[in-house]
Design a protein. Structure first.
Length: 167
């Protein structure tokens, strides 16, 4: 995939001489069916999916920039959130367009087991991923599943994962 993670005026077909109002212009391009083919293809995949698995290494307590750019270009106003043009109903949380879809985050961590958790320096994995789990997945109507994390291991050790046993 030759993916460009940067939202650009070309995403909304805005000429260079005009001011680019990202949210409004991209929403309008979505409504008019003028988004670039690479964005439409990814949106179609997401629309067909029952579940979404996002796997990445946790970098500086967040997702890598290219993945963040994927969300920025795909989860646009009108498609992933916003208002229903016919009813005016807000499309978010329980009324979000992705209601019924499940989302799983699987991350690799460059941290020691003692650093992740209620008493760890880095905190709990749910807190580290709150923006993605709640601010992206739940906001758009998805059911965010418990994240799965693989901690750093030393040579000769077996993999350790973090997950809650209380489910």
């Amino acid at each position: 995939m030759d993916w460009n993670p940067v939202v650009q005026r070309a995403d909304a077909d805005i000429p260079d001489e005009e001011r680019f109002h990202v949210t409004e212009d991209v929403r309008q391009a979505y409504r008019e069916g003028k988004l670039p083919a690479d964005v439409v293809t990814e949106q179609e995949k997401l629309s067909r999916a029952d579940a979404v698995i996002v796997q990445f290494p946790l970098w500086w307590y967040g997702m890598p920039a290219i993945l963040k750019g994927w969300f920025d270009r795909i989860f646009v106003n009108g498609f992933a959130f916003g208002k229903d043009v016919e009813t005016g109903q807000r499309l978010r949380y329980e009324q979000g367009p992705f209601t019924g879809k499940r989302a799983l985050v699987a991350v690799t961590l460059g941290d020691r087991p003692a650093s992740i958790g209620p008493r760890g320096k880095s905190g709990e994995i749910d807190e580290l991923l709150f923006g993605l789990l709640h601010g992206t997945f739940a906001y758009t109507g998805m059911s965010a599943l418990e994240p799965w994390a693989l901690l750093t291991i030393s040579p000769g050790e077996t993999g350790l994962s973090i997950h809650r046993e209380d489910g």
